[in-house]
Design a protein around this ligand. Structure first.
Ligand code: NAP
Ligand code: G4F
Length: 321
């Protein structure tokens, strides 16, 4: 039985990855940080089947200790301050978690489990103000937010530790991926949650920023399989994971409101609060390397993803409290 250690197991991707690895027969050890409450909503159905251990990306000793105790074959470093907008109001914390946190995890692995395999959650935000379209593994980075800058650091420190210390360490440059478990602050979930509340008469508008931004949106359940495949390769390498299709937030809105037979134009209010100091206008990835080398392809297309999210939010809001 292989052991996987997941940081960020309580997040969207951590929950899907834990399910995926449990199905494959892994022992799954999940890192959680200390909190006065227990934020295990996304893994409530898994807590009896995974081992939860306490550590924090800010604390080197705790990270090294959990790696030493778990003796993992594979380490998935998913934990981060992952919300782009917050990275402008908490830039130093974002750098600590999302950039230096990666070095701390790599150091923990180097000291306590150097034969393990390491996955770093890199991001299409690294491409930022894109210098070529579609974006691929060789596309230069031009990050547009403190989050994007921190992710570029995390990416290159992973490459550097691979080359310096001969570690099996890889980065998956994942484009946006969503699900009914997506945080409510991200635009897709904010929209599908609003659609459900509006349809049920619990809200009458949704306040948004730049709805002309374009993203390459996939389904999180598909993307965690790509993470696993990257760690099963003979040699460590980095991959873009995306659908190859791009849609505007406006198109996402249209699709989401259409699921409940409403017209988004009657409900959207533009609010300056949600515009960003610097925007990423267009993301669309080229997943051909992942297709050729990993045999990976996305299975869920955008219309199906939108419907899945709207229906889940309708069900959640329909339940009596
Ligand atoms: P998420 O839902 O925001 O989850 C983030 C996770 O990190 C949570 O489990 C959180 O724990 C944990 N965490 C945050 N700060 C921590 C700290 N100081 N110590 C320990 N754990 C900490 O993010 P996600 O969407 O699953 O994304 C997973 C990773 O992929 C992130 O690194 C993200 O930046 C990256 N990424 C995501 C996407 C995407 O579209 N989803 C695309 C590219 C890259 P709590 O539950 O305690 O807050
Ligand atoms: O949903 P978002 O907040 O995601 P964003 O900024 O693309 O970041 C996500 O994907 C990255 C991968 O590229 C991850 F690395 C990152 O961790 C995160 O998961 O915003 C998407 C777009 C932006 O252009 C934003 O300006 O939607 C636009 N938008 C318009 N109105 C809004 C809103 N975004 C949010 N969150 N809230 C709004 O009201």
């Amino acid at each position: 039985m292989k052991t996987a250690l997941i940081t960020g197991i309580t997040g969207q991707d951590g929950s899907y990855l834990a399910e995926h690895l449990l199905k494959k027969g892994y022992r799954v050890v999940g890192v959680v940080r200390r909190s006065s409450t227990t934020p295990y909503e996304r893994i409530a159905h898994l807590v009896d089947r995974v081992e939860l251990v306490s550590a924090d990306l800010l604390d080197q000793t705790s990270l090294t200790d959990v790696v030493q105790a778990a003796e993992p074959d594979e380490i998935y470093n998913l934990a981060a301050q992952s919300f782009v907008q917050t990275s402008w109001t908490q830039p130093v914390l974002t750098g600590e978690f999302t950039a230096l946190g990666v070095t701390r995890m790599l150091e923990a692995m180097r000291k306590a489990a150097p034969k393990s395999r390491f996955y770093q959650a890199s991001s299409s935000e690294q491409f930022g103000k894109v210098v070529e379209t579609p974006q691929r593994e060789s596309t230069p980075f031009y990050p547009r937010s403190p989050y994007g800058v921190a992710k570029v650091y995390g990416h290159w420190i992973t490459v550097n530790y691979r080359e310096s210390f001969d570690l099996f360490a890889v980065s998956g440059i994942l484009f946006n991926h969503e699900s009914p478990r997506r945080g409510l602050e991200f635009v897709t979930r904010k929209i599908t949650d609003a659609v459900a509340r509006i349809k049920l008469g619990k809200a009458h508008e949704v306040r948004l920023g730049n709805i002309d931004a374009r993203r390459d949106w996939g389904f999180a359940g598909d993307y965690v399989d790509a993470m696993w495949r990257m760690l099963q390769q003979d040699a460590p390498d980095d991959f873009v994971i995306s659908t190859g299709k791009t849609y505007s937030v406006r198109e996402f809105l249209d699709a989401a409101f259409s699921v409940v037979d409403l017209d988004y134009r009657n409900y959207v209010v533009h609010d300056e609060k949600f515009f960003r100091p610097a925007e990423v206008d267009l993301l669309v990835g080229d997943p051909s390397k992942a297709k050729n080398k990993l045999g990976w392809e996305p299975r869920v297309a955008l219309p199906e993803l939108v419907r899945m999210m709207v229906e889940a939010d309708l069900e959640r809001h329909s339940k009596p409290r």
